[in-house]
Design a protein around this ligand. Structure first.
Ligand SMILES: CC/C=C/CC(=O)SCCNC(=O)CCNC(=O)[C@H](O)C(C)(C)COP(=O)(O)OP(=O)(O)OC[C@H]1O[C@@H](n2cnc3c(N)ncnc32)[C@H](O)[C@@H]1OP(=O)(O)O
Length: 720
């Protein structure tokens, strides 16, 4: 809806009203059409201001309407009518002007933004393009290079940057509506000839062809198969090469392809899934809206290895006081330097002074954490060591301190049992580098209090993370699903694939790195240590031939054999690939590994066969998805959205494919089930290929869309 009033005698004030973000729903669009008509027809009104209720101008088109039978007046003629008005129309931008919201403002003759407002055309992140004239007006207003940047990245700009770019005419420090009304009074009698952006010529840069070729190359590289960024470049190119109305036709044509695409559905699903995971609930009924977090003013990090350093940086950047503890003097000194460097670089990037530097105090004594509100333990991944740390923390910390562990797989309940107050213990599983990666798994056990979960979730949000609450099990959600995925990749090598082939298939699917390049980056020794701990590793050099079965299950010792040779990946300059030197990042095919693989196959009587990309994807991805269904069945994740967000934000799953569970729905659950059954028959010694009963049940109930899986899961749990 839109409210109409007349203010200051001659200004028609139109207020968009659709909480929480004044999205342009059918009712709002109708409201704008009606109120604009009223203002233009009122002889007492000499100029018009459009603003939004509750301090936010407009969050764009109503995304919930996409995929429905959209009714109500369309945006394009509505904005044209505003631009064509014979009375000045001023947009008063507070909070956000995004997508269709900014396009509406670009149709106005003037734009005034509050200094804290943010503006942008984020349609690309929803698999769309700004199709209400955004791709045609913005380049005319601010030039092609700047428009290309904003439209292809979807980034939000501050009011200051918007002013510098020429997106807005003025920035207001106090009431934007008051400033806009005052301004509207002052321009009431002025000619509008030079204020209609669609009439501007689009400036044609001298390096036109190189600019567009470069832009196209850039989006193709970074988009990894996403179609919207490519369409955005094409639409802006049309602005620079065609008259306005023809450009609008091209914009419409490109949007038509995007609007109904699977990628747009996937990206819009991700938008809502990201918001859904913040509304967490636990199997015991505790929920986000009934559990109050406790404020954290001072936090501590124990252990300043790579993870601890990143966590300390992320904590300090929230502005809170941080105590960083490392018992080894040398490591402490190195960490101090590294953390300061990270904070300084971070502040420089954001154009700030590194105030967070002074928020961190360092100590080698665990007693230093006595007065903190929350501790994050990030010592070496070793249960005995972590147990000891938790016993100490329980004795040292003031009553009520939350004790969190950054373990990536160990049993959080077991650590909780080492403390006097297990209800205060949760996992906070960060991803490396912890100050950069957006994902945080908040792991609760049966004893974790709702307040502990709420506090960890809120702290994660404060640290800029996308936090997902998950239950406690080996590897939690992300790493638990990764295990069968990696295992399949190893098996594919045994059967005839190469690391290059497997990685290419996964990278063409959209992962930034295939499984082997990723393994080289994170270090082969990490998994080796875990497998050793699990008693899976048999020494190959001693027996000459480690077996390929463990307790009746197929096992590939390939990773163990490479580790025995000291091939730990990038850090040693050798892994699944070779590198120019230790630490170098460019993976090159390694003839040594290829002959090693051939010898290995010969030794085990394995005959290499031709493996294609489809098999790589089906085996690696469907087995990971199958484990996702088991996780849902076990109640470790509350819904498919939680799993998808973990994979999109923590594991490089291509966002335009919506996350593994959404992808399964797109492929068709019956197809996933059939292919798993097929591979299970071919590999009866791989239990992970056994389709999970939830998947069978979903297929039996007609493969409902992903947003209806929770009903089936609920029914399943109530029957258990
Ligand atoms: C015809 C096709 C035309 C397309 C052009 C477009 O305009 S496409 C839409 C472009 N707009 C966007 O992409 C903006 C999306 N929204 C945001 O980025 C943020 O919500 C915000 C506006 C910056 C506000 O952020 P904040 O953190 O304050 O709130 P939330 O993100 O949690 O959102 C609050 C609730 O509002 C819902 N919501 C937000 N934007 C929209 C929208 N455009 N349409 C519908 N719903 C929207 C969001 O889902 C939250 O809902 P809850 O139910 O409370 O979870």
């Amino acid at each position: 809806m839109a409210q109409y009033t007349r203010v200051s005698g001659s200004v028609g004030l139109i207020t968009l009203q659709n909480p929480p973000v004044n999205a342009l729903s059918a009712a709002v669009r109708q409201g704008i059409v009606d109120t604009v008509k009223r203002a233009l027809g009122d002889p007492k009104v000499k100029s018009v201001v459009i603003c939004g209720q509750n301090g936010i101008f407009c969050g764009g088109a109503d995304i919930k309407e996409f995929g429905t039978n959209m009714s109500g007046p369309p945006l394009v003629p509505m904005i044209h009518a505003i631009e064509a008005a014979n009375k000045p129309v001023v947009a008063a931008i507070e909070g956000s002007a995004l997508g269709g919201g900014l396009e509406l403002a670009l149709g106005c003759h003037y734009r005034i933004a509050h200094s804290k407002a943010r503006l942008g055309l984020p349609e690309v992140s929803l698999g769309l393009l700004p199709a209400a004239g955004g791709t045609q007006r913005l380049p005319r207003l601010i030039g092609v290079p700047a428009a290309l940047d904003l439209i292809t990245t979807g980034r939000h700009v501050t009011a200051a940057e918007a002013l510098q770019l020429g997106v807005v005419d003025r920035v207001a420090e106090h009431s934007t509506v008051d400033a806009a009304v005052k301004f509207a009074l002052s321009v009431a009698a002025k000619s509008l000839d030079a204020r209609r952006i669609s009439t501007y010529p689009c400036p044609r840069p001298s390096d036109f062809d190189a600019l567009f070729e470069g832009a196209m190359q850039k989006v193709r590289q970074s988009a990894r198969g996403a179609i919207a960024p490519v369409a955005c470049v094409q639409a802006v190119r049309a602005a620079a090469t065609r008259p306005y109305l023809q450009g609008m036709e091209r914009e419409k044509e490109l949007m038509a392809t995007l609007f109904t695409s699977g990628q747009a559905r996937a990206l819009q699903y991700c938008f809502f899934a990201q918001r859904a995971v913040s509304k967490w609930n636990m199997p015991n009924g505790a929920r986000w809206d009934t559990s109050k977090p406790r404020p954290v003013h001072k936090a501590a990090v124990i252990g300043l290895g790579t993870m601890g350093r990143g966590i300390a940086v992320a904590l300090a950047q929230t502005g809170m006081s941080v105590v960083a503890v490392e018992t080894q003097e040398k490591q402490l000194m190195e960490a101090k330097q590294a953390v300061s460097g990270m904070l300084e670089r971070g502040a420089k990037r954001r154009g700030l002074t590194p105030a967070a530097l002074h928020k961190i105090s360092y100590s080698h004594d665990i007693q230093a954490v006595a007065d903190v509100d929350l501790v994050i333990e990030a010592v070496f991944e070793d249960m005995a060591l972590k147990k000891k740390v938790f016993q100490q923390l329980s004795a040292v910390c003031k009553p009520g301190t939350f004790l969190c562990t950054n373990t990536s797989a160990l049993d959080v309940d077991h650590l909780a049992s080492q403390t006097r107050n297990p209800e205060l213990v949760v996992g906070m599983h960060f991803f490396a580098p912890a100050h950069v990666m957006k994902l945080l798994e908040v792991v609760y056990g049966p004893q974790s209090s709702p307040q502990a979960v709420a506090t960890a979730m809120q702290l994660g949000k404060k640290m800029g993370k996308v936090s997902v609450a998950v239950g406690n099990c080996r590897g939690f959600v992300g790493n638990r699903m990764l295990k069968p995925y990696i295992e399949q990749a190893f098996f594919l090598l045994e059967e005839g694939a190469t690391p290059e082939l497997v990685d290419r298939a996964l990278e063409e699917f959209g992962f930034p790195m295939g499984v082997f390049r990723m393994s080289d980056l994170s270090g082969l020794d990490v998994g080796w240590r875990v497998r050793k701990g699990d008693g899976l590793v048999e020494s190959g050099s001693a027996s000459g031939q480690p077996t390929r079965l463990r307790e009746g299950r197929r096992y590939s010792p390939l990773g163990d054999l490479l580790c025995e040779q000291g091939r730990f990946g990038q850090k040693t300059g050798r892994g699944w690939y070779q590198y120019d030197k230790p630490g170098s990042r460019v993976a090159r095919s390694d003839p040594w590994f290829h002959s090693f693989l051939e010898e290995y196959r010969a030794r085990h009587g394995l005959v290499a066969r031709r493996i294609d990309h489809q098999e790589v994807l089906e085996r690696c991805l469907y087995v990971l998805i199958n484990e996702g269904f088991r996780i849902l069945e076990d109640g470790i994740a509350a819904g498919p959205e939680d799993i998808d967000i973990i994979y999109v934000f923590g594991y490089g799953w291509p966002r335009h494919r919506g996350g593994p569970m959404f992808y399964a729905g797109m492929v068709g659950l019956a197809t996933v089930l059939e292919r798993l059954e097929h591979y299970r028959q071919a590999h009866p010694d791989v239990p992970y290929l056994q389709p999970c009963s939830l998947l069978r049940r979903l297929v039996a109930s007609g493969s409902p869309p992903v947003h209806r899986w929770r009903e089936v899961i609920k029914k399943l749990h109530s029957q258990l």
